[in-house]
Write a protein that binds this ligand. Structure first.
Ligand SMILES: *[C@@H]1O[C@H](CO)[C@@H](O)[C@H](O)[C@H]1NC(C)=O
Ligand SMILES: *[C@@H]1O[C@H](CO)[C@@H](O)[C@H](O)[C@H]1NC(C)=O
Ligand SMILES: *[C@@H]1O[C@H](CO)[C@@H](O)[C@H](O)[C@H]1NC(C)=O
Ligand SMILES: *[C@@H]1O[C@H](CO)[C@@H](O)[C@H](O)[C@H]1NC(C)=O
Ligand SMILES: *[C@@H]1O[C@H](CO)[C@@H](O)[C@H](O)[C@H]1NC(C)=O
Ligand SMILES: *[C@@H]1O[C@H](CO)[C@@H](O)[C@H](O)[C@H]1NC(C)=O
Ligand SMILES: *[C@@H]1O[C@H](CO)[C@@H](O)[C@H](O)[C@H]1NC(C)=O
Length: 714
């Protein structure tokens, strides 16, 4: 053994590797044609590399040959767009290294002596093969946000970013692009060197410099010198009881670890490789049974990240952070020279999740109870404006905001007292594409589920002494919660008679040239559902059936028996009925079904190419499954609700089972963010990017929640 180690050390040091036996590299390859995704993490850095190679089957002219590298540190990255030099298709792929057989390797070079940036230059390297002579026509270097603005923002490029790109020879026959960030000290590089006798890289100068490659294989290296994050390994992100998952579900736990760091969990890769409040808290709520607790654990990373980013003036929880080069870019737009991180506070749903998660951890778990005092005494460091403010004070600001904005409806149950999107914003909750709420401004999920659940949690936290300045909340928050729980659903209710429902479905099938069956034989009575939001001049429900019932099932144990029974019954119907009558298809539950809108223009905003249209989101399946599981579990507890003793219990069980059947059928898709479909003798899963410039993230934090959400015996 000793001899082997010495030999290995000599070999390793001669090729410039460092020995890091305590920190083995973790790798993952996920394929979703035309995208090949490779992940590499070790103690030095983490990288996600995606190669896009459109072929004759790629039915979307927006999909271009591309090499993209995304790094969690600073939400940064490098993209290189290619074209065939001559007419025709350009195929590209990564090859295995001849040295170690792996596709990716880590680059780690110390900063030069006396450099003004002392961070090492780190990143990833690999071999890229071009089937035909190729031109690298567009490099985008710096922030993932700049790459997204180009790829899904209709080709938006910032001249300030692009004009700073420097093109140079690299070594004797290679080529390189680099760009120094707006901070003046960080640089991103991407360089290429021919291997295996490929032609030298040629720089083609002109308005925009290009690199020219022959057919063949080139080594690429994508690197940057920005401070790195402290990644949580799979064993660090999971609690002791869940360590077995590392072997049982290696890909999912590797994905979870790629998105988990000591001071935050990231939403997904490559597009959302940074803090998002809603994503991290919903994921933590769904995965609380398996995530590590205590100091340095995943749950405290999530809660700490949220508290750090609260607007201390009004208590709003941060939706998305801006950091790294993009933070400087945004500051420059306001004429400020700063790379300090900032936050987007436009959402109206995220505040409520914080007390819910805090209750579940600091009140409902043993370790959390023992950690409440030391944790809440910590002082914020991330945002300059929060420096030195204690976590307890920041969290209390959020609770104060919630108490204050929910008080008017608690005393007078009129529409104007419900929670609205912020003025001037077209989005405010998870359906945050412009038409995600069908033009509605008073979202269903927020008002009927998140508000009452947040209030219940504040009451419990207050009873546990977490908010010593507000002992009165122990009582008032519970009273408010009761009103919001019992008095909000009716505003969103849509009931359509059987004959009208049949007519609307036939009309929708004809308007959209629906390829699948219209299933109108499944309509056996009135169709009832709760609209996505309230909108229009009269604040009527937007008549789009949806999966947002899952929030109430997952977050609340309501006690108004008639209301609970009716609510459960319509959810069960939508799961048991096939689209377009209900939500079910072979590829999962559609998050939106606009068939009852009776409005071609509205239903046209919910197509299978729309981000929040007739498409499937993994985490909505997880929350629906977890929510129905919780409601059914109430039947085995004290105070079993009335539905447990009615025929309804078996209908809900049937829906639960049917839901799990589709979940199990779609295991291949579950760790992705969202997927679409085509109809070919049944609904078949298709990546959303087949129809849209919006690429789905191949790994998404809240889509990994099936690690913790299982079919229960209920
Ligand atoms: C390509 O997609 C369009 C819709 O986006 C569809 O109408 C067409 O049939 C598709 N073609 C192929 C070859 O799949
Ligand atoms: C790389 O190696 C793997 C096995 O480790 C193999 O499945 C794959 O086909 C190889 N890739 C290429 C491009 O040769
Ligand atoms: C988890 O395991 C570690 C190492 O075996 C141990 O030190 C720790 O106390 C355990 N934690 C819990 C909550 O059991
Ligand atoms: C924080 O909230 C205050 C009060 O609503 C607002 O004036 C301020 O702009 C907010 N801060 C940020 C960074 O949005
Ligand atoms: C069925 O729907 C119609 C039309 O919306 C409504 O008038 C009627 O009260 C509903 N019937 C039941 C039993 O809910
Ligand atoms: C149909 O939907 C469109 C788009 O949401 C909306 O502008 C229009 O007012 C709706 N028409 C009716 C009759 O409700
Ligand atoms: C609701 O009841 C279920 C089943 O007993 C339980 O698992 C869940 O934690 C409860 N939810 C709340 C918010 O109390």
């Amino acid at each position: 053994m000793a001899t082997f180690l010495v030999l290995w050390w000599i070999l390793a040091s001669s090729v410039g590797f460092t020995f890091a036996a305590d920190c083995p590299a973790s790798r993952l390859h996920l394929s979703e044609a035309p995208y090949e995704n490779y992940f590499l993490s070790d103690c030095i850095t983490s990288s996600h590399v995606i190669v896009t190679s459109p072929d004759a089957n790629t039915n979307n002219s927006n999909v271009k040959p591309r090499l993209l590298v995304a790094w969690p540190a600073g939400n940064s990255g490098a993209a290189a767009y290619f074209e065939a030099e001559n007419d025709g298709m350009l195929g590209l792929h990564l090859e295995n290294s001849t040295a170690d057989g792996e596709v990716l390797g880590t680059v780690n070079e110390p900063a030069a002596d006396g450099a003004k940036n002392e961070n090492p230059r780190v990143g990833v390297k690999g071999l890229i093969h071009f089937d035909a002579p190729a031109l690298l026509t567009l490099p985008i270097l710096g922030s993932v946000r700049s790459i997204r603005d180009y790829s899904e923002g209709g080709g938006v490029l910032s001249p300030d970013v692009q004009n700073a790109v420097v093109t140079e020879k690299f070594g004797s026959d290679g080529g390189q692009f680099s760009r120094t960030w707006f901070d003046g000290v960080t640089t991103t590089w991407i360089d290429f060197t021919p291997t295996s006798g490929a032609e030298a890289v040629r720089i083609i100068t002109g308005g925009k410099s290009k690199l020219r490659f022959g057919a063949g294989t080139y080594e690429f290296r994508a690197t940057f010198n920005y401070p790195q994050l402290d990644q949580l390994s799979p064993s660090e992100v999971l609690n002791n009881a869940s360590q077995g998952l590392i072997k049982e579900s290696a890909d999912l736990t590797t994905s979870l670890s790629f998105l988990s760091y000591s001071n935050k969990l990231l939403a997904g890769s490559w597009r959302f490789l940074t803090y998002f409040g809603r994503d991290s808290m919903l994921s933590a709520l769904l995965m609380q049974d398996i995530l590590s607790q205590g100091e340095g654990g995943a749950l405290e990373a999530v809660i700490g990240a949220v508290i750090e980013r609260i607007n201390k003036t009004d208590g709003t929880v941060c939706h998305e952070e801006n950091l790294g080069d993009y933070a400087s870019f945004l500051a420059r737009l306001k004429g400020i020279d700063s790379s300090a991180p900032s936050c987007d506070y436009k959402m109206v749903d995220t505040d409520f999740l914080l007390p819910i998660l805090m209750r579940d951890y600091f009140v409902n778990t043993d370790i959390g109870r023992s950690r409440a005092t030391p944790f809440l005494t910590l002082k914020a460091t991330f945002l300059e404006e929060n420096a030195e403010v204690a976590y307890r004070e920041l969290a209390q600001r959020t609770a104060e905001k919630i108490m204050s904005i929910t008080a008017p409806f608690a005393s007078s149950q009129v529409v104007s007292n419900l929670i609205h999107l912020k003025d001037g914003e077209s989005v405010g909750e998870w359906r945050d594409s412009n038409s995600g709420l069908g033009g509605g401004r008073i979202p269903y999920d927020v008002n009927t589920a998140l508000v009452p659940a947040g209030l219940r949690a504040i009451a419990t936290l207050s009873q546990a002494g977490i908010f010593p300045d507000h002992p009165e909340w122990a009582d008032t928050a519970g009273k408010y919660a009761q009103v919001w729980e019992d008095e909000t659903l009716q505003f969103f209710e849509v009931s359509v008679s059987r004959s009208e429902a049949q007519q609307l479905i036939e009309q929708y099938a004809s308007d959209t040239a629906l390829a699948g069956p219209s299933n109108t034989d499944q309509i056996t009575g009135n169709v009832t559902f709760y609209g996505l939001a309230l909108g229009g001049a009269n604040n009527k429900p937007v008549r789009v059936m949806n999966t947002d019932d899952c929030f109430r099932h997952f977050l609340l144990n309501t006690t108004n028996q008639d209301q609970l029974s009716a609510f459960l019954e319509q959810t069960a119907d939508h799961i048991l009925q096939n689209f377009p009558v209900g939500l079910s298809t072979d590829v999962g539950l559609f998050v939106a079904n606009p068939a009852y809108a009776g409005n071609k223009s509205l239903s046209g905003q919910f197509k299978n190419s729309d981000y929040h249209g007739t498409v499937v989101w993994s985490w909505q399946l997880a929350m629906m499954a977890a929510g129905l599981g919780r409601q059914l579990a109430r039947c085995d507890g004290p105070d079993a609700p009335e539905f447990c003793n009615q025929g309804l219990r078996s209908k809900v069980r049937d829906a639960y089972k049917a839901l799990w059947d589709t979940i199990n059928k779609n295991r291949a898709q579950l760790s992705g963010e969202v997927w679409s479909w085509e109809y070919n003798n049944g609904y078949k899963p298709v990546p959303l990017s087949a129809f849209s410039t919006t690429e789905s993230d191949i790994i998404q934090l809240w889509s990994l929640t099936f690690l913790a959400v299982h079919q229960e015996d209920v």
